[in-house]
Design a protein around this ligand. Structure first.
Ligand code: NI
Length: 169
């Protein structure tokens, strides 16, 4: 396994729309393992391949308190969003230091392939539902900050650019 570098907002590569995975092979499994290692090391609860500069539809999540329930999904999509919204305070490894509440469908059905290439269907609610929707957004080049007010988005962008300049100085 290998640790991968996580891209930070406003890196334009975070806006790439990821391509579907044609076949779940060893390369895809290695990518999923590397994403998990990187996510755990960064203390995140989810990570999408787009966030490490790989524009393929692969995400990993683990919302368990014990950090022992890894989930790797290939070509995940929201197959059904039930009525009713829930708000969770979200953060993102690509937008460090920012935590904001985002309303999303409270219950969703996610269709995907697992690491063996088998079709899976997951009924998700609570933190898992929010996290999976957040990660699937990454595959479409969308960030959770996109749901915030324009003013908040401008502030976040400004701060991120300032941090970038400081890191380069
Ligand atoms: Ni994120």
């Amino acid at each position: 396994m290998a640790m991968l570098d996580i891209l930070h907002h406003p890196d334009p590569r975070l806006r790439n729309v990821a391509a579907p995975v044609e076949a779940v092979d060893d390369g895809v499994r290695r990518l999923a393992d590397d994403l998990l290692e990187t996510m755990y090391s960064a203390r995140g609860i989810g990570l999408a391949a787009v966030q490490v500069g790989v524009a393929r539809r692969v995400v990993v999540v683990d919302v368990s308190p014990q950090r022992n329930a890894p989930l790797a999904l290939v070509n995940p999509r929201v197959a059904e969003a039930h009525e009713g919204l829930a708000e969770f305070e979200e953060g993102c490894l690509s937008v460090p230091g920012v935590y904001e509440t985002v309303p999303r469908p409270a219950r969703v059905r996610i269709d995907a392939l697992d690491r063996d290439g088998q079709a899976v269907s997951i009924e998700a609610e609570g933190a898992l539902a929010a996290c999976l929707q957040h990660e699937i957004d990454h595959l479409d080049g969308r960030l959770f900050v996109d749901y915030l007010s324009r003013l908040k988005q401008q502030r976040i962008r400004k701060r991120a650019l300032k941090h970038q300049r400081e890191a380069l100085a």
